[in-house]
Design a protein around this ligand. Structure first.
Ligand SMILES: Cc1cc2nc3c(=O)[nH]c(=O)nc-3n(C[C@H](O)[C@H](O)[C@H](O)COP(=O)(O)OP(=O)(O)OC[C@H]3O[C@@H](n4cnc5c(N)ncnc54)[C@H](O)[C@@H]3O)c2cc1C
Length: 518
């Protein structure tokens, strides 16, 4: 069996694990980041897209609010290219307790979240689709953040400092020598081959799966209570500012404008299985109704897609119920030397995507403590690859860039403006045969047609690359279509239903996709 060695092995390639890898690499550690799937295929790639100002938690969870506003300010600088500075509004709708607004203002003051009250008329003037019946409105520094770009730029940053990244490698065993963790066994989830990794310290950053990874190390009681939530993307920006209902956090109370869409979310249902991606029709209906409360006419917009993510909520002593909203959104760092007498092993879970950098900093501090080394953290001030200019992402920027070359380039995905050269270069660079991996990198097939017009072209291009058989290319096409379908069927009405019929004619009627010749 092959073997590798490293200073720090990080299990879990979401925002937290990639953040740990970036932080540790900057401190001069040799790092290996592994994920059982692609980077950001867990909760980080399935979240709502909100760079929290902290406003959502000022009354219910002040600690989480303070962490969010602190990190919000730092990320705007170090991750500028991954963030759009949309700003945010908290508004009191006729369905909200009017007394909450004063508690909200007091909470913002106590936790340091910037908040300015503006008149409802001004809010509706700025966001004309907003419910005109709102009675109060507050401006906060919310924004949106692109998690795929964020995670990949941290992985790239770690690689530039000598780090290694292994996707599609699951930790299937954690090695122990008495009271010490000495590394892990990884299994390539595509080929089945195994590799042993020897590490000075192993970090468990497996999010909602962290309890399972801790179990592999024989450590008991790491309970992560998975909270499943759904989100729905509408096909254009119904608002340009993040809009939150000014009330205790509940379902369907935030709309986040991100890229060319707006996303409403979310719900919070206890589940026993972090891989549970059930979408209930009742949840979808309730979510669309909630959208109407913030933006009247919401249901008439075209719903593109629904998806789920699972919150990694660490269960603390106070929460022995299964109401996941009552578990803290703040994170949990478990130094297993202190907690369980097992050294060279650290677990980090819980928190928010907005707080991943802080979580990573505290984790690598714990790694240093275990190794008895002092190496200061540099992620507060070091800009990630791609963010060196300090300029935030701006809607329209991609179109402007592309317009200069559109006539020279063959466009493969019109919705997301992906030219052939970029698609080919990405396929060659990553060597992946999974078109869903390409989707996460380039947004292939993420527009209104959900791949209907571009994915057979992309498959042809994949097949044209060296060494890819027709069978593999067909398999990639089918896999992509099946994955897309999961997010489309629960919201089939209006224009998206027409689109789905058209896609069905293309793929079944014309191509007979399930019986392609090999
Ligand atoms: C519905 C919903 C909406 C949210 N919205 C927001 C929001 O708007 N803003 C915000 O700040 N936060 C939001 N969050 C919270 C945020 O998304 C998560 O806290 C964050 O993404 C967790 O990141 P992570 O890296 O810890 O976990 P993950 O991203 O889940 O990463 C864990 C990784 O571990 C991998 N893994 C698991 N087991 C193994 C193994 N055995 N071997 C190797 N790899 C393994 C998984 O494949 C996964 O990629 C939301 C969460 C949910 C559920």
């Amino acid at each position: 069996m092959a073997s590798l060695s490293t200073d720090v092995l990080v299990i879990g390639g979401g925002a937290t694990g990639a953040g740990v890898a970036w932080d540790a690499a900057l401190r001069g550690f040799e790092v290996l980041l592994v994920d059982r799937a692609d980077l950001s295929e867990g909760t980080s790639g399935r979240f709502h897209g909100l760079l929290h100002s902290g406003g959502r938690y000022v009354v219910k969870d002040p600690r989480a609010a303070e962490e969010c506003i602190g990190e919000n300010r730092i990320l705007r600088h170090v991750l500028a290219d991954c963030i759009e500075d949309t700003g945010g509004l908290f508004v009191t709708t006729p369905w909200d307790d009017p007394d909450y607004a004063d508690r909200f203002v007091e909470g913002c003051r106590a936790t340091g979240v910037d908040c300015e009250e503006i008149s409802p008329a001004q809010a509706v003037g700025e966001e004309p689709r907003l419910n005109p019946e709102i009675s109060r409105a507050f401006r906060v520094p919310d924004g949106n953040i692109d998690s795929w770009k964020t995670v990949w730029s941290m992985a790239r940053g770690a690689q530039e400092h000598g780090g290694r990244v292994m996707t599609y490698h699951a930790a299937v065993a954690i090695h122990r020598d008495g009271d010490e963790v000495t590394g892990a066994r990884l299994r390539d989830t595509r080929s089945g081959e195994e590799v042993d990794v020897e590490a000075r310290v192993t970090v468990n950053a497996a999010g909602a799966w962290a309890g399972r990874v801790a179990d592999l190390a024989g450590i008991e009681g790491v309970r992560v209570l998975p909270g499943r939530g759904i989100m729905i993307a509408m096909n254009h920006r119904l608002v340009n500012t993040v809009v939150n209902r000014c009330q205790m956090p509940t379902d369907g109370d935030i709309i986040v404008p991100i890229r060319t869409v707006s996303v409403i979310g979310t719900t919070d249902q206890h589940t026993d299985d972090p891989d549970d991606h059930t979408v209930l029709q009742a949840e979808v209906d309730a979510m669309l109704d909630d959208g109407e409360k913030l933006v009247p006419g919401f249901r008439r917009a075209r719903a593109l897609r629904v998806w789920t993510g699972v919150r990694p909520l660490f269960e603390d002593a106070k929460a022995d119920s299964t109401d996941t909203r009552d578990v803290t959104r703040a994170h949990a760092l478990l130094d297993h030397r202190e907690r369980d007498g097992v050294s060279r092993f650290v677990t980090i879970t819980g928190g928010k995507l907005t707080t991943f950098r802080l979580m990573a900093e505290e984790t690598v501090d714990a790694v240093c403590r275990q190794l008895g080394e002092e190496r200061p953290c540099a992620t507060k001030t070091t800009q990630l690859p791609g963010s060196e200019s300090g300029r935030h992402y701006r809607l329209g920027e991609r179109l402007e860039r592309k317009e200069q070359h559109l006539r020279d380039e063959q466009l493969i995905c019109e919705c997301e403006m992906i030219p052939r050269s970029k698609l080919e270069a990405t396929m060659r660079r990553t060597g992946t045969m999974n078109l869903d991996d390409i989707r996460r990198l380039l947004r292939l097939g993420m527009g209104p047609c959900q791949g209907g017009f571009c994915i057979y072209r992309a498959t042809g291009i994949l097949h044209g690359l060296d060494g890819i058989s027709a069978e593999d290319a067909d398999g990639a096409l089918l896999h992509f279509l099946q994955e897309r379908w999961k997010g489309v069927w629960p919201i089939l009405y209006g224009d998206q239903l027409r689109q789905a019929r058209l896609d069905d004619w293309i793929f079944h009627g014309v191509l007979d996709v399930e019986h392609l010749p090999s």
